[in-house]
Design a protein around this ligand. Structure first.
Ligand SMILES: [Zn+2]
Ligand SMILES: [Zn+2]
Ligand SMILES: [Zn+2]
Length: 89
């Protein structure tokens, strides 16, 4: 993995996969999403920045959990919000 100096991505040994294919926050409020992301600190699956609520981004900033993985089937990449580094795995 080319992590370009991001210690958050360096620390990831196994990538957390989504438990459910839905945004937990959007389900609660009856909204919808475009793509899904899984937090690599706590494992919650939330919606992407193209979605109206951007729950994954909000979660990262509110919780200090910097790294998400794509939860789309067939996509294998991680992103660190703190360092703005994208890495395939
Ligand atoms: Zn980082
Ligand atoms: Zn959402
Ligand atoms: Zn989290």
């Amino acid at each position: 993995m080319d992590t370009r100096g991001c210690s958050h991505l360096d620390a990831i040994e196994s990538v957390k996969q989504p438990k459910r294919r839905e945004c937990e926050e959007c389900v609660k409020i009856g909204s919808y999403w475009v793509h899904l992301r899984t937090c690599q600190t706590c494992g919650v699956t939330l919606c992407c920045d193209s979605s109206p609520n951007q729950h994954a981004s909000k979660h990262a900033h509110a919780s200090g959990h910097p790294v998400i993985a794509s939860a789309q089937s067939g996509e294998r990449w991680l992103y660190c919000y703190t360092d703005e580094v994208l890495a395939e795995y």
